[in-house]
Ligand binder design. Sequence first.
Ligand SMILES: C[S@@+](CC[C@H](N)C(=O)[O-])C[C@H]1O[C@@H](n2cnc3c(N)ncnc32)[C@H](O)[C@@H]1O
Length: 267
Amino acid sequence: MEKLASIQDSLNYYRDSFQQAAAQYDQTMTHHMELQKLIDDYSRFITDPHHQQIWERLQDEEAVHLSLIAEDLRHISAWCVALMEKYRALKLLEGSSGITDYFKNIESCIEQEFGGVQVTGESRVLMIGSGSFPMTPMLIARRTGAEVIGIDIDEESIQLGRSVIDQLGPELNIRLLSAPVEELDVTGTATHIIFSSTVAQKYDILDRLYPLTNRKVVVAMRYGNDLKSLFNFPLQETDPRKWKLTETILRPDQVFDIALYRKESAQ
Ligand SMILES: C[S@@+](CC[C@H](N)C(=O)[O-])C[C@H]1O[C@@H](n2cnc3c(N)ncnc32)[C@H](O)[C@@H]1O
């Protein structure tokens, strides 16, 4: 019982800490170290196999209470990850930069992202939720030569993201836009689409993409279920006549997993 109580205390602690960190953001670097430490601690917490077992027991005993905390944590931690990217961009633009565990996690996933459907120099990649520090677009464009288009609903993230690319990879074929998928000139010709795990509306956007995209497109949906759903939006059912789940890439040590979808009509 003691362990159950202590994990609940931890969840409350993380929720309060993320709320405080979000309130502190003032477009300067003043509080970035605290948030970096908090996100690194939280990443370890949700990938700890021991905590996974406790989480499963908690699900049985405290389902309603826990789902409320989980919902709060998912939203506030997603916002704080976006803030952490802003800090990282500001830090780079000020002239100093480091790399946290969270970003190492993301870097290590790029190779696995599309399973057998590799990105090449001929590909056109659309990323939904490209962020203030567009690591995925930059890595893909640099390693493969593909054209990458990133979209984000947050205007500050688009501006910071463009400045980061100007500094780290002005030669890369990347465009960042603040527009919905319906208004892009590339949606119909995209060969690969990546969803950031912390985009709350990702399954709604996936549904909207169905009539806009070509038959062969492959979608990599980053997600987190169970304990990882405290830091990611989880997998959802799709209309089987539209998007078919073809593969899940499980990454026990990483903060998110990846689901690959293709159009039913592509089979
Ligand atoms: C963690 S960040 C981006 C991921 C990271 N930069 C990478 O390269 O993997 C997630 C971003 O998604 C954006 N976002 C959230 N909801 C969105 C939506 N509905 N459409 C587009 N972007 C969204 C946020 O503003 C945030 O900047």
